[in-house]
Design a protein around this ligand. Structure first.
Ligand SMILES: CC(=O)N[C@H]1[C@@H](OP(=O)(O)O)O[C@H](CO)[C@@H](O)[C@@H]1O
Ligand SMILES: [Mg+2]
Length: 541
């Protein structure tokens, strides 16, 4: 039970805020996310829950990140980070939703009841670290968080501005400090040093060709990449779109989401033909690459491409290190992965694939079933996980030749270069640069590994998206009745046609994806399925 003093402090602190009328909050795929002026009471509730989560886990550090990633500048959001740097455990999402919707007058009681329901030992210590992206509303929201943590007597550290993956890194470091799983020094400097040192090791004997232009979405990734560059050597990075002074420039006409959804470079891009370019999103957990080919055609290298590149490289290294038999390497994708990438992984790389629901927590979870789990969403969010068996095998194998030793050392360094806690654009970028250097590839050779099927993503607004219920890793619909059969009949009319529809977890819409052998077929299929979805949405009323 919470002490009367704490309950009183919660009630008093809560009364400074006002709940937006008639708004129901839900902890979704990416935590809570909405217009920033609606978020005060939500952030307050998240602060209360962060303390409870830490107490429940005997005082382990819990993270709170204030960000709305690739959303427009006027939005903001908040999400919780679990002790090993993973997303919040699914069961707790419901508790977050409950607290966020509690009336302010009774929030202290709801907090107390929740503590009892979850069976939290209230005398345990509670520890929280938090950070925010560069949004103007961030400082106000961090003030609210501070008030909730202070009222509940939680020990906390404010890391100010950080990328989302940096906060995940710090959480994992804090909780593994002094154990055999020690992840690194829990500070921003520790993060840069770890990346820079491991990059140098992975790059032994090879050189990065040419330079890389990085579009930072005018978000927190800009200043953080500049900081990282002070620790790096052997790589020439041109930073663009790193304006964090003008608040409206965030994610505006730039960034990974813009490039992936519009399938074009930011209009401000001055890159020439075959120049290597990359874009981060607003909180630097997504990364896509691209270039203009000799005919000035835009070429995208998205999350599927990063996954195939990483899986092929790690597979080669494992073979060269003589440990391929001991490591189960696999790739995790969602239904949005281009069919050509799935084919390439199965037929050329000959690796197993798991397809999961959308949302990185699902992919991350599935990746842990492999010794080396490579997971990426097509939009560029992903990483590689290494099991305990993989870590031990890489560390303890006695090399029988210099080539084997080199492969083992490279693998060892990769386990440090890759942010295993969560998808991290800065870490993924160094990974891609290192692999291209090892393979001696320009983005053109990378693109040449397979040919993407033309695809189209359409957003359909319907009256009630909750009637669209998906199964089979969201590749099929069980309701509304008859719609799946309709989609399948449409698909069968196109060469290599594949299409599915699912309710978005972050927006009030249904997303339709279609791919086919040619651009016109993919577009046509997408339009027809979108129409069918739209009609089914109307019929159901
Ligand atoms: C097609 C697509 O890109 N969907 C995105 C989007 O989810 P939806 O549930 O589709 O709205 O936002 C998620 C959170 O950022 C991200 O994980 C996911 O990949
Ligand atoms: Mg993001």
């Amino acid at each position: 039970m919470a002490s009367p003093a704490v309950k009183k402090a919660i009630s008093e602190a809560a009364l400074q805020y006002q709940k937006p009328e008639g708004k129901v909050f839900e902890y979704g795929t990416a935590g809570f996310r909405m217009k920033a002026d609606l978020l005060n009471t939500v952030v307050f509730a998240v602060g209360l829950l962060a303390g409870l989560r830490s107490k429940k886990l005997s005082g382990q550090w819990i993270g709170v990140m204030v960000t709305a990633s690739h959303n427009p500048a006027e939005d903001n959001g908040v999400k919780l980070v679990d002790p090993m740097g993973e997303m919040l455990e699914a069961e707790w999402e419901a508790y977050a939703t409950k607290l966020a919707n509690a009336p302010l007058e009774s929030i202290a009681d709801v907090y107390d009841e929740l503590a009892k329901e979850i069976d939290v030992k209230m005398t345990n210590p509670a520890r929280v670290v938090f950070a925010r992206d560069t949004r103007a509303s961030g400082s106000r929201l961090v003030g609210v968080l501070n008030a909730a943590l202070t009222a509940t007597e939680v020990e906390f550290i404010d890391f100010k501005y950080m990328t989302t993956p940096q906060l995940h890194y710090v959480v994992r470091c804090k909780n593994t400090l002094g154990t055999q799983y020690e992840y690194g020094e829990p500070s921003e400097k520790g993060y840069y040093e770890k990346l820079a040192q491991s990059f140098q090791k992975v790059m032994r004997g090879v050189k990065v060709q040419g330079n890389l232009t990085v579009d930072c979405a005018n978000g927190v990734g800009g200043p953080k990449l500049r900081e990282l560059m002070k620790f790096l050597s052997g790589i020439d990075i041109k930073v663009v779109n790193d304006d964090v002074i003008n608040p409206d420039s965030l994610n505006f006409d730039c960034g990974a989401d813009y490039v992936k959804t519009k399938q074009r470079a930011p209009p401000s891009s001055k890159a020439g033909a075959l120049d290597r370019c990359a874009s981060l999103d607003g909180d630097a957990d997504r990364l896509v690459y691209y270039f203009q080919d000799e005919s000035n055609v835009f070429r995208l290298l998205d999350g599927d491409r990063i996954a195939t590149l990483a899986a092929s490289f790690i597979g080669d290294l494992a073979r060269n290190a003589g440990i391929a038999q001991k490591l189960k390497i696999g790739v995790v994708q969602t239904a949005y992965a281009n069919g050509a990438s799935t084919d390439y992984i199965e037929k050329v790389l000959k690796l197993p694939i798991i397809c999961t629901n959308t949302g990185v927590k699902h992919l991350h979870h599935a990746a842990l079933r492999f010794d080396v789990g490579v997971y990426f969403e097509a939009n560029g969010h992903g990483t590689v996980t290494f099991s305990e068996n993989a870590m031990k095998t890489i560390k303890n194998t006695e090399p029988q030749s210099p080539a084997q030793q080199h492969a083992l050392e490279c693998l060892q360094a990769l386990t440090d270069l890759i942010n295993q806690a969560v998808g991290d654009a800065l870490s993924d970028m160094l990974l891609v640069e290192a692999i291209l250097a090892h393979k001696g590839w320009s983005p053109k050779e990378w693109l040449g590994t397979y040919t993407d099927l033309p695809s189209r993503l359409v957003r359909v607004e319907v009256k009630d998206r909750s009637i669209f219920k998906a199964y089979d890793a969201e590749r099929k619909l069980e309701s509304p009745a008859g719609l799946q059969a309709q989609i399948e009949s449409l698909m069968s009319r196109y060469n290599k046609g594949r299409s599915f529809a699912r309710a978005s977890g972050t927006e009030d819409a249904v997303r339709v994806y279609a791919e086919a052998a040619s651009r016109s077929e993919a577009d046509d299929l997408a339009t027809r399925v979108a129409n069918a979805v739209s009609e089914a949405g109307v019929d159901a009323q």
